[in-house]
Design a protein around this ligand. Structure first.
Ligand SMILES: *Cc1c(COP(=O)(O)O)cnc(C)c1O
Length: 231
């Protein structure tokens, strides 16, 4: 952080530079091309004073975890930046599907047949198809959203077959406090056997490990924007 900043300020542009450097190092160390890993800047619970500097610094892909918050925030923020990509990374309720399909470029949290059906209907109705990732409950935690690892193959097939959806990849959030590597490895394995190219895994605390295990999208919030007021 820059010395000229007061306690409450965060140098978003400098943080982005630092994250990009760490991403590049992690990619090279894994024998991967840095360009194969996309940084999703998780801007949930942050306002324009933090997000605008990221846009000015050239960041274009952002993640939000609530549909309503994104609907309220982003139309104004993205004005003047026509290449912004918005990812939904939080749970999606069926009654928010139309709004989500209208606003988001990627929905990373598809995790049940009812949602798949609603998304397919909304895509047809609105003529707009966000890219879709299936969220896998990789640690099989009862409180977490996502398809169980053992049910993921069947769900991918059902999304493709019954609902005619194109699935781009998988997303996971490993259990807090566990070493993440085995979970990242498992997600990569499930993706590979289902012919899925995109892997959204890794956050502020573990993105380098995720890159080592094949992440194509990392989701970083705190390390860019600072702490969130509440979660
Ligand atoms: C909030 C959030 C993140 C970002 O977490 P940080 O630890 O702040 O980087 C990533 N993924 C999901 C699904 C989130 O909800």
């Amino acid at each position: 952080m820059n010395d000229n900043l007061t306690r409450n300020e965060v140098d978003v542009a400098a943080n982005l530079v630092a994250i990009r450097e760490r991403m590049d190092l992690a990619a090279r160390a894994a024998g991967r091309a840095p360009a194969d890993v996309t940084l999703t800047a998780v801007s949930k619970l942050h306002g324009p004073e933090r997000i605008a500097p990221a846009l000015v610094a050239g960041q274009r892909i952002f993640g939000e975890n609530r549909v309503q918050e994104a609907v309220d925030k982003w139309p104004a923020l993205r004005d003047g930046f026509d290449d912004v990509g918005l990812h939904l990374i939080g749970p999606l309720q069926s009654n928010k599907v139309r709004q989500a399909v209208s606003l988001f470029d990627v929905i990373e949290t598809l995790d049940r047949p009812k949602l798949a059906r609603r998304i397919a209907d909304a895509i047809e109705e609105l003529g707009r198809a966000p890219e879709l990732l299936i969220q896998v409950n990789i640690g099989e935690e009862p409180q977490k959203a996502g398809v169980a690892p053992l049910e993921t193959d069947a769900f991918v097939a059902q999304c493709r077959g019954e609902f005619g959806l194109t699935i781009a990849g998988l997303m996971c959030i490993p259990p807090q406090g566990d070493a993440p590597a085995p979970y990242f490895m498992l997600l990569e394995k499930i993706a590979r056997r289902n012919g899925l190219a995109k892997l959204s895994m890794g956050m502020s605390g573990d993105f380098e490990t995720a890159i080592a295990f094949g992440a194509t999208h990392i989701r970083v919030g705190t390390a860019i924007f600072g702490p969130r007021a509440h979660d």
